[in-house]
Design a protein around this ligand. Structure first.
Ligand code: ADP
Length: 592
């Protein structure tokens, strides 16, 4: 209760009024007393200083000298006559006629007169008649003046004393008045402080509600600024702060969204575990790679215990590495501890290295293939050459010629292989630029026809051309495209028994031209068709080698067509024979 602003304000006002009234009261009461004292001594001083009174008091009258009246009676009469001016009223202010030792002789208060106490002023006169006892004393509860009077019949002291009842009464009334004012002031101050606190507290309460709303993440409304005082400034500042907070939160949210999106779509799998092994975070790639659902119930032990224990990951200085085969996939795992924002745990990053592995495997296979392909002709050359050198001059010339022919053939084949390999490696390293130019597609096919015609004739093949009329000019590397076409048609000739039928057809679509070469030869089993574009792949090695093939022709063809952003495939057709289709962009690579 005391903590509320209402009560604090009430307390402040009450304390303020109390202290104010105390100060004012004390000041007032003191002033009244001081005024009275001052007034008393001024009045008595003025009266006593009166020449008439002084003469009357000190000079003996004729009656007195005649002994008709005593000196005391005379003094009494004179003082009685001046009673009004002296303010003597017989109740709170009296005069007393005393002898030189202070004993009471006469006065207006016979009751108290004989019991008069020796006040400081009285004593001063008794001791030294040369002075007037008129020292004021605020602390005393009386005011008095003692005046020595010497006359013919003796020495007297006129003593005037006021018991200050009037002042006390006035003070009492003042006190009561102050108390009433205090109560009244207190009531008003309490009411005022409630009113005041209301005007102060209401905007503060509104601010508090606003702050609570903002803390709850609701930035929809701005607070109204209703005043231009400090609270108005505070409300303005609060609105600014809330605006900035909203912008900052928005930025953070955007960043988080970006990160979430990145995390969600990254190809590497990521799973984060708490130090107790519970999943904190995981992305779809991780579940996909591990072939398992990952949710809050999944534990580290369920997924990676075989790679490394959680404790060993948490204790690792850097990270641990692991590998796993998941179906057809090779996964590489990095397990690292993390300790951030009071949360420690382990992070597992899963990297799919299947393609990499396959590439490595292919490279190994390729190297093995190359060595194998080169070793065969080399072995042949060596053995024929050896035989020739061992039997130099002793061989029939025919056989010798035949042997030399084999050696020449084999070295040609080697040259062929090395040339093809060079071509491929130039493609692989990106050093082989296409020489693009515009040329007639029909013209190129006619050139192809003319080039292969003789060879086909040798094998009694019939070659049929089926070209759509009006084929367009295309943008491509003419020489290379012709090389591909020749390769396809040569294969058709090679892998078709003599007397076969080869059809070369061509046409166009909106953006492309196509060419198909169909033969009725030995064909390829469906399941192997996809592989004929692989390097060194040959369905029948012996036959291919016999016909001078290297197994690289179609892979070079595919590289060339890929470079042109075209397509080369086998056509899904029932046997006999094989159909190869090639598609090229009319406007060349980079268009459409
Ligand atoms: P090669 O130099 O051995 O002919 P290619 O790369 O040109 O090499 O062809 C790869 C393999 O595809 C060949 O060895 C052959 O087995 C098969 N092949 C290619 N064209 C045909 C075809 N028209 N008919 C049957 N088999 C074919």
């Amino acid at each position: 209760m005391l903590r509320s602003l209402h009560m604090k304000l009430v307390m402040i006002m009450v304390l303020l009024i109390l202290s104010l009234m105390t100060v004012v009261g004390a000041f007032l009461i003191n002033s009244v007393v001081a005024f009275y004292l001052n007034d008393f001594y001024t009045q008595i001083g003025t009266v006593v200083g009166d020449r008439d009174l002084y003469r009357d008091l000190t000079q003996e009258t004729a009656a007195e000298l005649a002994g008709e009246v005593s000196g005391v009676e005379m003094l009494d009469q004179v003082l009685g006559a001046f009673a009004g001016e002296l303010g003597v009223n017989g109740s709170n202010r009296n005069y007393y006629i005393l002898d030189e030792s202070g004993a009471y002789l006469a006065g207006t208060d016979d009751e108290y007169g004989p019991k008069l106490e020796y006040t400081e002023n009285l004593l001063a006169v008794i001791q030294d008649r040369g002075v007037v006892g008129d020292k004021s004393n605020v602390a005393a509860d009386y005011m008095d003046v003692a005046i020595p009077v010497d006359r013919g019949d003796g020495q007297y002291i006129i003593y005037i004393r006021d018991n200050r009842d009037t002042v006390d009464e006035l003070n009492n009334q003042l006190f009561i008045l102050i108390m009433q004012a205090l109560v009244f002031g207190l009531v008003i101050s309490v009411l005022l402080s409630f009113l005041l606190s209301k005007t102060m507290v209401t905007p503060i309460q509104r601010l508090t509600h606003g702050a609570e709303r903002v803390a709850g993440g609701d930035f929809s409304d701005k607070l109204d600024v209703t005043s231009r005082d400090e609270i108005g400034v505070l409300t303005n500042t609060f609105n600014d702060m809330a605006g900035q907070l909203r912008d900052t939160l928005q930025q953070v949210e955007n960043e988080r969204n970006k990160l979430d999106t990145l995390f969600l779509h990254m190809t590497d799998g990521v799973v984060a575990f708490s130090s107790e092994g519970e999943v904190i975070h995981s992305n779809p790639a991780a579940a996909d790679m591990l072939h398992t659902a990952i949710d809050e119930h999944t534990r580290y032990q369920d997924l990676f215990e075989d790679i490394a224990s959680l404790d060993s990951v948490l204790a690792a200085p850097d990270y641990l590495e692991g590998e796993r085969e998941e179906g057809e996939r090779y996964l590489e795992l990095l397990l690292a501890p993390f300790d951030r924002e009071n949360q420690a745990g382990a992070l597992v990053v899963i990297h799919d290295v299947t393609a990499q592995r396959k590439n490595e495997e292919m490279r190994r296979e390729f190297v093995a293939n190359v060595s194998h392909e080169l070793r065969t002709p080399l072995t042949n050359i060596r053995s024929y050459a050896e035989t020739l050198s061992e039997n130099a001059g002793a061989m029939p010339p025919n056989t010798e010629k035949k042997f030399l022919g084999v050696i020449l053939n084999e070295s040609d084949r080697m040259t062929h292989i090395v040339q093809d390999l060079l071509t491929l490696s130039r493609f692989d390293s990106g050093h082989s630029e296409l020489k693009l130019g515009r040329f007639s597609f029909t013209g190129a096919i006619n050139d192809l026809y003319n080039a292969v015609y003789m060879e086909a004739q040798k094998h009694d093949h019939t070659v049929e051309l089926k070209l759509e009329p009006g084929l367009p000019e295309i943008v491509a590397d003419r020489e290379r495209i012709l090389q591909v076409m020749m390769n396809i048609v040569s294969n058709a000739i090679k892998y078709t028994p003599n007397g076969g039928h080869i059809v070369i057809s061509a046409g166009r679509t909106a953006q492309q031209v196509w060419m198909e070469v169909a033969d009725n030869g030995i064909g390829i089993p469906k399941e192997d068709r996809g592989r004929i574009f692989e390097r060194f792949y040959r369905v029948d090695k012996a036959r291919s080698r016999e016909s001078g093939g290297t197994g690289l022709g179609l892979s070079i063809a595919k590289e060339i067509i890929d470079r042109h952003q075209g397509v080369i495939t086998t056509v899904d057709k029932e046997e006999p024979g094989l159909t190869i289709r090639m598609e090229l962009k009319i406007e060349g690579p980079g268009h459409g």
